[in-house]
Ligand binder design. Structure first.
Ligand code: ZN
Length: 260
């Protein structure tokens, strides 16, 4: 396998994007934690990038790919709608089914409620990192360097505030600096797995392309609405969160159109 093969590109691209989670979490290693307002602003930015990426890097290319194949507009619209709902449903199901309880063994009392919430947040971040990796992989697999680069940059950027949010939450629950950072870094390592799978599937089976792209978009949209935006609005920093979202949204749009 050469370095320029789509699967290799997908793997490298999603590995770099996923590693940005660890980079973003680095301040906790030095005990430096940005203010809650700054974290809500940057997590809002992550939501904006993801929102934009869902539409401009996943849903629009999914519609284009399906239109080339089916030659009309109704079938592609139907396929993309169904795949988005499947993606949202899959994450909802995972969110409800995954056992979180065992993470709080040894902890009892009022602490356990907030610790459980922190772990739900971490699981949600980990789960949605898979479709993000999938998206980067599919981007490289279907469009080569130009198809994958804007997504890899955008996803990498929004992984930084996500990694920081995870590490800071754990630090707040009494985990050591090193452990908080390590767990945050691990949530990003789901991305290269998704990236290789995404690039692999698209290389092997083109009819799956619109389904895969729209499914990944649905999974991301669920996490944005269900975890990320509520998380940024819990401490009264809605204005900053929305400002961050606006900047992330237009930045990703610009990246996608100018580099894609
Ligand atoms: Zn994300």
């Amino acid at each position: 396998m050469t370095v320029s093969s789509p699967i290799m590109l997908g793997l490298i691209g999603s590995l770099i994007a996923g590693s940005m989670t660890a980079v973003g979490a680095t301040p906790v290693l030095f005990g430096r934690v940005p203010s809650r307002a700054i974290r809500d602003l940057s997590l809002g930015f992550a939501a904006g990038v993801m929102l934009s990426a869902s539409f401009f890097s996943l849903i629009v290319p999914a519609l284009d790919a399906a239109e080339i194949r089916y030659g009309n507009a109704v079938t592609p619209a139907g396929i993309v709608c169904i795949a988005i709902l499947l993606g949202m449903g899959a994450v909802a199901l995972l969110n409800n089914r995954l056992p979180h309880e065992h993470f709080r063994t040894g902890r009892e009392g009022p602490e356990s409620v907030s610790l459980r919430r922190v772990w739900l947040f971490i699981i949600a971040i980990t789960i949605h990192n898979f479709p993000e990796g999938l998206a980067v992989g599919v981007g490289f697999g279907s469009g080569g360097i130009n198809g994958g680069l804007p997504l890899a940059i955008g996803i990498g950027l929004q992984n930084m505030p996500e990694g920081l949010a995870v590490a800071v939450s754990l630090l707040g629950e009494g985990y050591s600096r090193r452990r908080s950072w390590t767990i945050a870094a691990l949530t990003g390592m789901v991305e290269p797995v998704g990236g290789m799978l995404g690039a692999g599937i698209i290389t092997v089976s083109e009819p799956l392309l619109p389904w895969g792209l729209a499914f990944a978009a649905g999974a991301m949209l669920y996490v944005i609405s269900h975890e990320i935006i509520p998380e940024t609005h819990r401490r009264g920093h809605q204005d900053k969160a929305t400002l961050g979202l606006s900047v992330g949204l237009v930045l990703m749009l610009f990246l996608d159109v100018s580099l894609g």
